[in-house]
Write a protein that binds this ligand. Structure first.
Ligand code: UD1
Length: 331
């Protein structure tokens, strides 16, 4: 059985489905701080399975230990974390406390319960503003600007130290920009309040819920002046987690790191025009000033994941944008 923390969240819920599709039993832990109990109902509609679920605050170790004591757990995928870059600047202690303590508690559980297969959700934010692109896993990290980004850098350091002392098998996945939704339209990125990320904002403008998108800067040194990112379909990203669990099984006691993206850089303007074309829906936008802390261009070198994890993104930008629009319309 695989323990999935944050299993009702955006990436966690899609990963639960992929784990189930590959024959894994799943135990979901979440406290619904940034997700809804209705996700459990949707997971059941999609898979026909009532997943084991525990409502636990990972910052409370005794609660975590007690709630999980009757389950036989072979591996953990640790998704649960706060993830809003802007909020982390205003409330750094909230981020340091939650993201670090929940990680150390999950690792303590692994130590006590002899769970040796660990997969961690990291982010390309650890690369900060890279000197050259595409970034490989050996591009220096530690230049993250926001407290949120720093929690990912610190978490990676904690995992390395824990690996040295415990010989657990740890696979650290650095996600690029996950977007898109499950084909059912039941699961997707459901931000609470005003979206910070690009695509949820775009779909809300297209749906008439917001007046227009602000494109943060058209004066970057890129092909069309707007920022470039490596957008990846959340279903492809979810599948990478199953490969990571399997990779850990084949590589006992190894500590590994993989970039998980498509390897393709897409600008904000390209994303907008593709959205309009695929979904035949206009998106009103204006150019505004650069957002502080934004990186001009970043995309992944994913060759390591292809070679070792045996994983490659299969879905393209059109799939990402049509599934996200389908999700928006249904919700
Ligand atoms: C941020 C985080 C990243 C995190 C990701 C997903 C940093 C530096 N980045 O990535 O760690 O994994 O969110 O949660 O910590 N944009 C607009 N208008 C908008 C919103 C965005 O033009 O209203 C542009 C941004 O300038 C950027 C692109 O769209 O170029 C993507 O932005 P966003 O979706 O927020 O993701 P990142 O900032 O790349």
């Amino acid at each position: 059985m695989i323990l999935v923390t944050g299993g009702t969240g955006y990436i966690g819920s899609h990963s639960v489905i992929e784990l189930h599709n590959e024959g894994y039993d799943v135990l979901i832990v979440d406290n619904f701080v940034n997700s809804s109990p209705s996700v459990l109902k949707h997971l059941k509609t999609i898979t026909g399975v009532d997943f084991n679920f525990l409502q636990v605050d990972l910052c409370d170790y005794e609660q975590l230990k007690d709630a999980t004591k009757n389950y036989s757990i072979e591996g953990v995928i640790h998704f649960a974390a706060f993830k809003s870059v802007g909020e982390s600047v205003d409330l750094p202690l909230k981020y340091y406390n939650n993201n670090i303590q929940s990680l150390t508690n999950v690792l303590k559980l692994c130590e006590e319960r002899e769970i040796s297969n660990i997969v961690f959700s990291s982010s390309c934010t650890v690369y900060g503003n890279p000197e050259s692109i595409p970034v490989t896993e050996s591009t220096p990290i530690g230049k993250a600007e926001s407290p949120y980004g720093k929690t990912k850098v610190f978490s990676e350091e904690i995992l390395k130290d824990f690996h040295k002392s415990s010989s657990k098998t740890i696979c650290n996945l650095r996600y690029f920009n996950p977007i898109g939704a499950h084909e059912s339209g039941l699961l997707g990125d459901y931000p609470d309040g005003k979206p910070n990320n690009l695509l949820p904002f775009v779909t809300q403008v297209a749906a008439g819920l917001r007046e227009k998108l602000s494109v943060f800067g058209d004066d970057y040194n890129t092909k069309d002046g707007s920022c470039i990112r490596d957008y990846i379909h959340v279903v492809d990203l979810a599948k990478a987690h199953v490969n990571a669990i399997d990779y850990n099984k084949r590589n006992r006691k190894l500590y590994s790191v993989f970039n998980i993206g498509t390897g393709v850089g897409v600008s904000v303007f390209e994303l907008l025009s593709t959205f309009e074309k695929v979904n035949k829906t206009p998106v009103k936008f204006e150019i505004s000033k650069r957002r502080s802390g934004d990186v001009g261009a970043i995309y992944a070198d994913c060759q390591n994941a292809a070679k070792k994890l045996n994983w490659k993104a299969k879905l393209n930008l059109e799939d990402m944008l049509s599934s996200a629009w389908n999700f928006q319309k249904k919700n």
